[in-house]
Design a protein around this ligand. Sequence first.
Ligand code: 13P
Ligand code: SF4
Length: 305
Amino acid sequence: MNTVELKAKICEAKKETGTVILAHTYQDPDIIDIADITGDSFFLSKKAAEIKAKRVVMCGVRFMAESVKILSPETETILPVPSATCPMAEQILPERVREYKKENPDSQVVAYINTTAALKAECDVCVTSSSAIKIVDKLEADEILFIPDQHLGSYVKEKLPHKNIVLWDGFCPVHAQLTAEDVIACKNKYPDAVFAVHPESPAEVVKLADMVGATSEIINYAKAQKGRVIIGTERGVVDYLSTHEENGERFIQLAPEKLCCEDMKKISLDDIYKAIKGEGGEEIVLPEDLRKKALVSINRMLELG
Ligand code: 13P
Ligand code: SF4
C-alpha cells in the first residue's frame, strides 16, 4: 500500500471505530494530515479534557497519552508505539519529590507536563512551556521546586525574580544540545533573519533569541514575520510551517542534525493504522487513585493557565 492509500484506509478506519487522532506538531507531516486535532502540549491537554471519543490514538510520546487518559478516563487511549517516551519525563523519581515536600513543607512543587503520571500525582501543579510563567506567578507560595527541566525552570526563574525557585537538574536531550555557536553560525549565514527558540534550550542560546516560546507560540510568531525566521526547536515545527505557509523556505531550521526527537519520530502511519484497528500499540492503563491525584495537578494547570 502506498502512502496515499494508507492515509485513506486510516480515515476510513477512524470513522468505523469512532477513533479520534491527536498529534503533537513534532509529528511527520503525513501524520499531521490524518490527525483530527494537532497542536502543542497545552492545546492537546485542553482538547483531551473535552474529548468524547470511544478511542483516542495519541501520536506523540507516552506522557501525552497518559495526559489524555488522566483527563478522559472513559476513553480507550492508545499509544501507537509503546517505546515512544520523553526521556526527560523520568529524570526525577516520585519518591524524591515526596522526600522534598517533607523536608520543605512550605514549598510547592511545579511539574513540567513532560513528566510521568506518577510524578504528576506527587506535585502541586503542572505547567507547559506556554503556561509556566503565568502559572508560577499566580501560585500563592513563593518557595517553588521546579521539576524536571532546569532550562525551562531557569527561564521561569529569570522572569519571576520575586519567587524563590529551586531547579532540578533534568533536561531535554534534544534542545539541551544547542550551543551559542550554533546560533551565531546560523545568524551569520542569514543575517537578516530573526531567531525564535523553545525555552527547553540552554540559557546561552535563549539569550540570543528575539522570541522565546512554546511550539504554538513559535508558530504564531514565525507566521507573523515577513522575512526569514530561524527556528530553534524540533524539526517538526519547520516541517509544519513549510507545508502550511506560503514562502515556506523563509523558515530556517537551526542545527537540523541536533533538533530531531527520535522518540517523537518513532510513530509511522502503519503503527497508527494498527492502533486504530485495535491490532497494535499499547492501551494506557493507570491505577484510579494515581489518576485522580494526577488529575488535580493537571486541572489546576488548566484553571490557572
Ligand atoms: P510544547 O509544550 O511546546 O508542545 O513542547 C513539548 C515538547 O516536548 C518540547 O520538546
Ligand atoms: Fe522530550 Fe525533548 Fe523529545 Fe520534547 S523534544 S519529547 S522534551 S526529548
